[in-house]
Design a binder for this molecule. Sequence first.
Ligand code: HEC
Length: 96
Amino acid sequence: APPEAARMARGQALAQEDRCVICHGADLSGGQQVPRIAHQREEYLALTLQEFRSGKRPGYTQAMGEAVGRMAPEDLDTLAYYVARLPTAPPKPGGK
Ligand code: HEC
């Protein structure tokens, strides 16, 4: 099914407001010690965000715990939906 426009717009707004783009990059492809998150599986993104929030998944640093610690669980699911479907080309094998 094509992505739901309203949910995609909300996810994009959250990625800006909650500063995901500052560390993970405007296209969410990461860089240096920050991982690519664009186009990872929605189920994985949703799970790992909830676990950073609850503290079940420890990070190498406090960055992610601080980024999502005060976010509503449903907003994390919206972010996972958006990030998994980001409207840019997925990475090529072996390339960035
Ligand atoms: C201050 C920098 C910073 C901000 C802001 C930030 N992240 Fe991260 N994020 C990281 C770093 C660094 C890692 C990897 C290291 C770790 O696990 O601690 C990471 C890991 C992740 C992972 C796990 C990726 C994987 O492959 O397992 C996801 C998903 C993620 N971030 C999503 C987000 C989202 C969504 C936001 C916005 C709400 C966000 N991040 C905001 C720095 C940041």
